[in-house]
Write a protein that binds this ligand. Sequence first.
Ligand code: K1U
Ligand code: ZN
Length: 167
Amino acid sequence: MAILKILQYPDEKLHTVAAPVGQVTDKIRTLINDMAETMYAAPGIGLAATQVDVHERVIVIDTSEARNDLLVLINPEIMASNGISDYEEGCLSVPGIYGKVQRAESVTIRALNAQGESFVLDADGLLAVCIQHEMDHLAGKVFIEYWSRLKQVRTLAKLKKKQRSTM
Ligand code: K1U
Ligand code: ZN
């Protein structure tokens, strides 16, 4: 297993649209193991392949308290969504920045697991928010891009200042 480098906003590669996985091979399973190790080490509750500069539709998530319930989503699709939630989000690609994004309160998704088997999942609360956040990464969208232009410019200035002070 390996800890992968997480792309940091405003890296343009975060805007790449991920391609569907054709077949769930051992190479994809190695990527999943490495992404899980990277997410747990960060620490985070989710990670999309886009964030580790792999542009295929793979996500790992663990929102459990004990951090022992890994959810793997390959080629996820939202089949239904309901309600509105306004949850305070963070992102491993935008460290130290938190803010609200309006999303669906609950989602039903279909995806493949690490064995390449199709499954359907009903999610709500934090898990639903996290799934939508990670699926945005696969579409090349970062959560702060839901905010106003002014708030994005201020966030970018804050990030650049932080990056300069850690150089
Ligand atoms: O996609 C990412 O960058 C991961 C991100 C996922 C996420 C968090 C909150 C709302 C929506 C999506 C994170 O994991 S940020 C870190 C974080 O939230 C966290 C870390 C450790 C324990 C608990 C939360
Ligand atoms: Zn993120």
